[in-house]
Write a protein that binds this ligand. Structure first.
Ligand SMILES: Cc1ncc(COP(=O)(O)O)c(C=O)c1O
Length: 375
């Protein structure tokens, strides 16, 4: 469930019409619902607790949406953070998430980043390969840490997942591994079951609900003497955010193909270009009728196409569109390609909203480039 609904002033996020935010902040703009973020976290946590999982570490995958305000909303509810870079560890700490609730993953952690994470007292460093295990041990020894923190095995998990095609099979395999390690007299404190629980993207088949997922986890891990960690990203953030964009113009080719040219581009929301991802597109002001469009952005790339042949309400220049399910891997993957200012982010809380990342000015963007005096 999310808090994006039509009201008298069109599609609203909680109590704030998206048209109001678009008018005041400008477009394109990401808009997040605090109530939806909180609800998704609480549903996930409560489902695990109801299935008998005791005191899980729910380390929200920062990569999905790394805005510090979003992290603080989740951290204040008790969420931990799954991070993949020193920058993400710093974001989690800045949001008030303590080191003991931070998991550090990622296939290519640099020595400097490992040292930083150890210094921050992270709960767990997920070892992704044997060379990395050696590197972590080396850094820890140099820093006189004699336990290199908890060790997860997300790579093993990912392989098990791919090979067996099912979460239950993967988790059963992980259980077997933990039992084997315990049997060999090794100490295992925590089993990290990772992220990757899908979300109900509009018009797409439903993934397992948090309740079904948690029941399966409860069954598979019953009696295992370890605490469990999870790294949910999309399931928390995706449906808690939308990208609002304005129609620049509607362009009809002689053969009849209609293009909706909007002011958001692949640099603002790259998932359709990069993964062929589907996003439901809604008119902010509801209207009757249907027209088939290709929806494209202004970036000079053939990849700057959000969708082709999509039946949508009829649009005119100046209308607002909302890309649904854009709260995860949206702003976090945005860039300034084509020297387009980085898309801003807004957080809504009931009837109020705040800009939680402002759109840079052109002066700020250009000031980052330095021209040496010998050029
Ligand atoms: C190690 C790890 N944890 C968590 C996640 C988050 O996955 P999702 O956003 O699908 O829940 C990912 C996604 O790439 C990941 O690689």
């Amino acid at each position: 469930m999310n808090h994006f609904e039509y009201g008298p002033q069109g599609l609203a996020c909680e109590g704030v019409p998206l048209a109001k935010i678009a008018a005041e902040v400008g477009t394109p703009v990401y808009v997040y619902s605090r109530a939806t973020l909180e609800r998704h976290f609480v549903v996930f946590r409560d489902a695990l607790t109801m299935s008998g999982v005791v005191d899980p570490l729910i380390a929200y995958a920062v990569k999905a949406n790394s805005n510090v305000a979003v992290l603080k909303v989740l951290g204040d509810l008790g969420a931990g953070a799954d991070t993949v870079s020193e920058g993400e560890v710093r974001r989690a700490l800045a949001a008030g998430i303590p080191g003991e609730r931070i998991v550090f993953s990622g296939v290519g952690k640099a020595r400097r980043e490992i040292a930083f994470a150890l210094q921050a007292g992270v709960a767990e460093i997920n070892v992704e390969s044997e060379p990395e295990l050696n590197l972590i041990a080396d850094v820890a020894a140099a820093m006189a840490f004699n336990n290199a923190s908890g060790i997860g095995n997300t790579e093993g998990f990912r392989k098990a997942w791919e090979a067996q095609g099912a979460m239950r099979a993967a988790f059963t395999k992980m259980r077997g591994l933990v039992e084997q390690l315990l049997g060999e007299g090794l100490s295992v404190e925590r089993l990290d079951l990772g992220g990757g629980l899908g979300v109900p993207y509009f018009n797409h088949p439903e993934p397992p609900s948090p309740a079904e997922f948690a029941a399966m986890v409860g069954e598979v891990t019953q009696g295992l003497p370890v605490t469990l960690a999870f790294e949910p990203g999309r399931v928390i953030a995706a449906n808690a955010g939308v990208l609002v964009s304005e129609v620049i113009h509607v362009h009809e080719r002689p053969e009849g193909r209609k293009f909706l040219v909007i002011d958001a581009a692949m640099n603002d929301l790259v998932r359709p270009a990069m993964y062929d991802a589907f996003h439901d597109i809604r008119a902010v002001t509801q209207r009757a009728g249907e027209t088939v469009y290709d929806v494209v952005g202004p970036v000079c790339e053939t990849g700057d196409t959000f969708t082709r042949d999509r039946a949508l309400p009829p649009f005119a220049a100046g209308d607002l569109v909302a890309f649904m399910s854009a709260g995860a891997y949206g702003a976090a993957m945005a860039s300034e390609y084509n020297t387009r200012p980085l898309v801003p982010e807004v957080l809504v809380d009931g009837d109020r909203y705040a800009v939680i990342r402002k759109r840079p000015t052109y002066d700020e963007m250009l000031a980052r480039d330095l021209v040496p005096d010998w050029v």
